[in-house]
Design a protein around this ligand. Structure first.
Ligand SMILES: Cc1cc2nc3c(=O)[nH]c(=O)nc-3n(C[C@H](O)[C@H](O)[C@H](O)COP(=O)(O)OP(=O)(O)OC[C@H]3O[C@@H](n4cnc5c(N)ncnc54)[C@H](O)[C@@H]3O)c2cc1C
Length: 463
């Protein structure tokens, strides 16, 4: 007899596994199909988690070389043990993926191991074995975007997957793409001693970021030794015995030149991953970028088939996928799941970190919204000075008429944690004054958030 479920989720990344856990909490009989040997998807295996492990380790290394002495801590010769650093990264990943396996067992979610294919609404095959289900959730995520003329071998020309696995520090790493993945991994290898050149088609970094923050970000990464070739496109890569030669030319057209590097990291973005899913046969519509098309409740055009996470439209972020997983599980259980897309934070985990939520100044201008700006620099924050981390500032954008917080942008120490306060404020429809009148502990980095909120009305205290 064919096994049957209330819901079968294909893909166990943060979208799929969180959807599975929430649906099980709500009493549904759930299976999750995953073809990778471990659960957790891109995020836990080859994305968020290993990259953050290497960012932390490389940060510790560079702090020991450059910053400890200033604090009066003498450490003598600092040496890099890359093998140990990579082994630790592996341990962090293992602890996380095993954690998801434990949660599946605890919540009685069945892991169907293998590749899932939609045979029809209500029927999923896993490596040929059929299963029946009331609902199907596509949560198959994304993969690195290829670039014509650039062949990836994951040794000399790598995607982020190979970029997290290099067995030696390259003399020169060329990063194609100035988005968050390229800048995070570029930072890792720069800190470990590589010369790093970031080649970006646009004339700025991270296009979704507030332009003023992006300029400050470029300056601060430049001070760390990362070189930028903005407004530049890569047209070819030639692999040789001792490196890769890239042909580049100005994005607007012009004379071509060559850049040689030991390793090239291709990080120009990611695209929805639907290979072998049987979408066309099942009649599931995709959009012009290959993403599964869904309505506001994650339903595809085929009754009983839903999709969430990187495989649908929206920012390709783990927490966005998780929120969608929870909302959909609740909808499937008859509740009113919902995601507020106006308050999804985005963080770049370099040092300093960059974090944002809501609208940028350019977006507000384009929408014709009148706004006020409040800014506060970390040079005037006592805790940042005590830490020795004074690069950056907090910027809050509030509606000119109502004072409601419309966007917040931070470059600075622990910006990724600081932004949570402003995400909460936006979720509650707070005004800048609400944040400004909230008591913040002293001395804390969060005081810079309070001061920026005060600055919206020109009444910051410490500047
Ligand atoms: C280097 C890097 C760093 C990142 N850092 C961050 C970060 O710091 N913060 C952040 O928010 N986001 C980060 N991301 C993005 C984040 O990883 C994704 O947004 C997130 O993983 C998307 O979750 P998902 O569940 O939609 O898909 P995924 O995590 O991609 O999971 C999909 C799963 O589906 C499986 N699958 C696919 N097809 C099938 C099939 N037919 N049958 C069975 N299984 C299948 C895949 O094997 C995969 O395990 C990073 C990504 C990368 C590459």
């Amino acid at each position: 007899m064919t096994d049957s479920f209330d819901v079968i989720i294909i893909g166990a990344g943060p979208g799929g596994y969180v959807c599975a856990l929430r649906a099980a909490q709500l009493g549904l009989k759930v299976a999750c199909v995953e073809k990778r040997a471990t659960l957790g998807g891109t995020c836990l295996n080859i994305g968020c988690i290993p990259s953050k492990a290497l960012l932390q380790s490389s940060e510790n290394y560079t702090a020991a070389i450059h910053d400890f002495a200033d604090h009066g801590v003498e450490v003598g010769d600092v040496r890099l043990d890359l093998e140990r650093m990579m082994a630790r990264k592996g341990e962090v990943v293992t602890a996380n993926v095993k954690g998801v396996e434990f949660l599946f067992r605890k919540n009685k979610v069945t892991w169907l191991k293998g590749a899932g294919r939609i045979a029809a609404a209500g029927r999923v095959e896993v490596d040929g074995t059929p299963y029946e289900t009331k609902s199907i959730v596509i949560a198959t995520g994304s993969e690195s975007m290829p670039l014509p003329g650039i062949d990836v071998d994951e040794k000399q020309v790598v995607t982020s997957t190979g970029g997290l696995e290099l067995d030696r520090v390259p003399g020169h790493l060329a990063v194609i793409g100035g988005g968050y993945i390229g800048l995070e991994l570029g930072s890792v290898w720069r800190r470990l001693g590589a010369e790093v050149t970031v080649i970006e088609f646009l004339d700025r970094l991270v296009p979704s970021m507030d332009a003023e923050i992006a300029r400050a970000f470029e300056r601060v990464l430049g001070k760390q030794g990362i070189k930028f070739r903005l407004g530049t496109k890569v047209t070819a890569a030639r692999r040789g015995n001792d490196g890769v030669t890239l042909t580049v030319e100005p994005a607007k057209g012009g004379e071509a030149e060559e850049i040689t590097a030991d390793v090239v990291l291709l990080a120009i973005g990611r695209r929805a991953w639907t290979d072998g899913l049987g979408l066309a046969e099942a009649g599931v519509e995709t959009d012009e970028r290959g993403r599964v098309r869904t309505d506001g409740h994650y339903a595809t055009n085929v009754a009983g088939i839903y999709a969430i996470g990187d495989v649908i439209a929206g920012p390709m972020l783990a927490h966005k996928a998780e929120e969608e997983g929870i909302a959909l599980a609740e909808i499937l259980a008859g509740q009113a799941g919902h995601v507020n897309y106006g308050a999804i934070p985005g963080v770049v985990y370099t040092w300093p970190e960059v974090a944002s939520v809501g609208r940028t100044e350019d977006e507000l201008k384009a929408a014709g919204v009148a706004y006020s700006v409040g800014k506060f620099p970390f040079t005037a924050n006592a805790r940042a000075r005590a830490m020795g981390d004074t690069d950056g500032f907090v910027k809050i954008l509030a509606d000119k008429a109502t004072d409601r917080v419309l966007g917040a942008h931070i470059i600075g120490p622990d910006a990724g944690t600081l932004i949570a306060e402003l995400v909460t404020a936006m979720e509650f429809g707070a005004s800048a004054e609400d944040v400004a009148r909230t008591c913040h502990a002293h001395p804390s980095l969060n005081e810079a958030v309070k001061e920026a909120a005060l600055a919206v009305e020109g009444r910051a205290i410490h500047i």
